[in-house]
Design a binder for this molecule. Structure first.
Ligand code: CIR
Length: 240
C-alpha cells in the first residue's frame, strides 16, 4: 500500500500503523452490528485496500466496476470472485466506460454518479442502464476538483447530506438538508452512516459537532494512514 496512488502530499503511509488502524476500523464496523468479511492482502495492487471503488453493491445486484486508474484495473477479477459468493446477479462496467464506485452515492434506490478523472460518461451511462434494469435509477454529477464524488459528499440517511466544497451550491443536492463541512475540515466530508451511527475521521471537531447537532451519535475513527493515499472511511469497505 505504500506505493498507492496519491495526490495528498502527506508522505507515504506507515504500513504497521495502517494495519492497526484497519483492525480498529473492522472492530468498529462489528460494533455497529455488521458482519465483516476481511479479504486477504493482494500485494499486486497497492490501492486494493480501497475496495469501495471496485464494486457497487445494491440491494438487487452487484456491479463490478472498470476502475479509471490503470494500476487498479486488475483488482476487479478477485472482487468478482468474492462477490459471486454473496450475489446471484453480477453486472460489469465495460471499456471504454470507466467507473470507480467511490464516485457513486446511494440515496435509497437512486444513485448519484460523479463524472470525474476516474469515471467517464460512458461508464456512468452503462451504470444507469444496469440500475434501470433492476428498477433503480441513476443521475450524473459533474466533478471539478474532487477525486471522487464521495470525497466531498456523504448521505447520512433521513434526507441529511454531509456536503463540502464545489457540491454545496450544486442544484443536484438542493432537496437535501445540508450539513456543511468547512474548507479546513474537507476530509471529514467522507463520513460514514452505519445503522444509525456516523463514523467520522479523527481530527475534525467542527464537522463531528455539526453531525451530532443533526441528531446522530458519532464514532471517531483514525484513518490518517489511508488519508495519505486519498482514501477515506467509506473507501475501506463495501457495505451491503
Ligand atoms: C486511488 O487513488 O485510487 C486510491 N489511492 C484512493 C482511492 C480512494 N477511494 C475512494 O475515494 N473511494
Amino acid at each position: 500500500m505504500v506505493k498507492g496512488l496519491t495526490t495528498a502530499n502527506l508522505g507515504p503511509p506507515d504500513y504497521q500503523k495502517a494495519l492497526d488502524q484497519h483492525r480498529k476500523y473492522v472492530q468498529i464496523l462489528e460494533e455497529c452490528g455488521l458482519q465483516v468479511c476481511v479479504l486477504d492482502a493482494d500485494n499486486r495492487y497497492p490501492d486494493s485496500t480501497f475496495v469501495e471503488d471496485i464494486a457497487l453493491c445494491t440491494s438487487q445486484c452487484a456491479i463490478i466496476t472498470n476502475p479509471g486508474a490503470l494500476s487498479r484495473k486488475g483488482e476487479t477479477l478477485e472482487m468478482k470472485r468474492i462477490l459471486e459468493g454473496f450475489y446471484h446477479d453480477i453486472e460489469e462496467i465495460k471499456s471504454p466506460g470507466t467507473l470507480d464506485a467511490g464516485d457513486v452515492m446511494m440515496v435509497n434506490e437512486h444513485y448519484f454518479i460523479g463524472i470525474s478523472q476516474r469515471t467517464n460518461h460512458e461508464g456512468a451511462d452503462q451504470l444507469i442502464e444496469i440500475l434501470q434494469g433492476y428498477q433503480m435509477t441513476g443521475s450524473k454529477v459533474q466533478l471539478i476538483n474532487f477525486l471522487h464524488l464521495k470525497t466531498g459528499v456523504s448521505y447520512l440517511e433521513q434526507n441529511n447530506l454531509l456536503i463540502s466544497g464545489e457540491f454545496i451550491n450544486n442544484p443536484e443536492f438542493d432537496r437535501f438538508n445540508k450539513i456543511m463541512v468547512h474548507k479546513n475540515e474537507g476530509y471529514a466530508a467522507n463520513s460514514l452512516w452505519i445503522n444509525g451511527k456516523v463514523l467520522v475521521p479523527q481530527g475534525f471537531p467542527e464537522t463531528k459537532k455539526n453531525i451530532e447537532n443533526a441528531g446522530y451519535t458519532t464514532i471517531t475513527v483514525d484513518v490518517f494512514e489511508f488519508q495519505k493515499l486519498d482514501g477515506g472511511l467509506s473507501c475501506l469497505s463495501l457495505r451491503f
